[in-house]
Write a protein that binds this ligand. Structure first.
Ligand code: MG
Length: 238
């Protein structure tokens, strides 16, 4: 018995000598983790600008921002390389529209790689363009959408690309996404980062960008967002 007690004490000493995981207050449904970079906390648009640097004109009320067609794409002032990202969105109810015209927005990682936002509740369209799609490349694994006007969430793990001086990609950008807690992309390599490296447009870091899906004749879309933050993360050892 004394032997086991001695072993237990020894294990305790060893454990206490090891470096412990950093403590993070995990936050909650409407509260970011304690070490997050908060991009929107429900109070104002101070962390956002239009892509040409003007103040973002989304309206803030009831802890949410509402971005209406015509305000333009908005980008976060803070940039990241690789990050855990959280945002919540609520597409409007637009029964007169269908396909890509029904509640379209998008969240662009590094301002470049679009994760589609769309009212995809009983609204078929091409698969990679449905809500949660990695636009132009990959459909979500499942349709985990809620009906319009309800709050939904994206939780993303994104790793930025690495480009060589020769324009060749050394590591493609990757993304894992949960929509409403359901896995919809599992460590997908983002093809566009190869092209981005070749064109010198894929960067070491970039902003989060929210799309104003505007075009001639576009329907007026009032897209709501709330509770947006990221936590910078390390790249996996290569
Ligand atoms: Mg879109």
């Amino acid at each position: 018995m004394r032997k086991w007690f001695a072993i237990a004490v020894w294990l305790g000493v060893v454990a206490s000598a090891q470096e412990q995981p950093r403590v993070v207050d995990p936050g909650g449904a409407a509260r970011a983790p304690s070490d997050a970079v908060v991009l929107f906390d429900g109070k104002d648009m101070s962390h956002w600008t239009t892509t040409d640097g003007r103040p973002a004109r989304c309206k803030v009320a009831d802890a949410a921002m509402t971005c209406t067609t015509g305000v333009g794409d908005i980008a976060s002032k803070e940039r990241f390389r690789s990050a855990q990202i959280h945002l919540e969105f609520a597409p409007p109810y637009m029964p007169d529209q269908k396909g890509q015209s029904r509640g379209n927005s998008g969240v662009y990682l590094h301002g470049r790689y679009e994760i589609q936002i769309l009212d995809s509740y009983q609204n078929p369209t091409y698969a990679h363009g449905s809500c949660g799609g990695l636009y132009g490349q990959a459909a979500p694994l499942v349709n985990a959408c809620r009906p319009p006007e309800q709050w939904q969430s994206y939780d993303l793990i994104f790793h930025g690309p690495r480009c060589g001086a020769d324009g060749k990609v050394q590591a493609e950008a990757t993304v894992t996404i949960l929509q409403n807690g359901v896995l919809i992309h599992d460590h997908v390599k983002i093809r566009d980062s190869v092209k981005g490296c070749a064109e010198g447009k894929a960067g070491e870091s970039g902003p989060l960008l929210l799309q104003d899906h505007n075009y001639k004749g576009a329907p007026v879309t009032n897209m709501k967002f709330r509770n947006i933050w990221f936590r910078p993360i390390q790249d996996a050892a290569e």
